[in-house]
Design a protein around this ligand. Sequence first.
Ligand code: C5P
Length: 400
Amino acid sequence: MSALENRTIVLGVTGGIAAYKAADLTSKLAQAGAKVRCVLTAQATEFVGPTTFQALSGNPVYTATVAPPETYGMGHLALARADLLIVAPATANLLAKAAHGLADDLLSTTLTAVTCPVLLAPAMNAAMWANTLVQRNVATLRAAGYHFVGPATGWLACREEGAGRMAEPAAILDAAEVLLWPQRDLLGRRVLVTAGPTREALDAVRFLSNPSTGKQGYAIATAARLRGAAVVLVSGPTHLPDPPGVTVERVTTAAAMQAAVLAQWPTCDLFVGAAAVGDYAPLDPAADKPAKVAGELTVRLAATPDIIAGVARARRPGQVVVGFAAETHDLLAHARAKLARKGLDLLVANDVSAPDAGFAGDSNRVTILSANGAAEELPALSKRDVGHELLARAARLLGR
Ligand code: C5P
């Protein structure tokens, strides 16, 4: 489920070259199920035409001072009934107008009329962004409760590097979801999540690992952030991009994952161990690449540390520990024994032999076990929704 589904979002587009990225944002919002109404300033239409936004949003586009006839000249008031107003790109001119309550076209009039959250994605030349007056307007807007995403630092269309690039559409979408997400039961909490596989060197180029993609752990990190938490994600090697708004620490081995986790744990409220930590590591990995031997090769392995068991042992009263268990048979019996042995509060058990569960896919079918003996079997859900289900239960335990 997306927080944007069926929500009315007004997307204001002002006259900057980043307006072309607003087209992509419109498409992403529509794909997330939002009802998107685009308002283009006169300058914005110089960069991208209204037809593009009309096609991507599937709705009429409002330009400059012209609202569709069905609003009887009250376009700004019709638009003001939105759930969220995004302005992307927001030029220095738009920020100045908004900071002073100026209302001289449809977008600025709508901005002064809305009561919903407003998310601004500034985009301008680096010198303009650094300008004292622009920064003063930004401070005024922040103090008045306006939300900002970006600008990012990088290549600018004026052929300079610097701060002023509009935040990427994915980052704007994420910021919008955070603003609209209804459950905020982890607000003020720090959540530590592990994800992905670990990798143990056999020699300089070979390693032992497993097929974990990290998708479940990354989805939990994102879900926890939507619910208001500050999130630290300790990730083994994956191909996934860092989730927006999450602090990511990348590690390779089980020992490195354990060190990173134990350094963070004292200041966290909740630990979710979604990583597929390898159970064994070669005892004496070769520093170089040994030549192939004929016939059999014997490698001595040593058990890796059990990270989550150590986290549970080190916990203070009030800290909550959630584990995962991937099983291929006798799911519940093995999972119950694991919960007790490792000293966990909750355990999310999944049968990795089932077709709609497990490693690489986007969905998972799990049973959530509690230390009090309860077992809840959930239907097949997206990995993000599995995250929300377990976080809702963990938040209730934290609240006790
Ligand atoms: O024992 P098993 O690997 O099935 O347990 C799974 C749970 O324990 C997961 O939460 C996993 O992240 C955690 N684990 C760990 N350190 C290990 C092995 C597993 O934290 N060395």
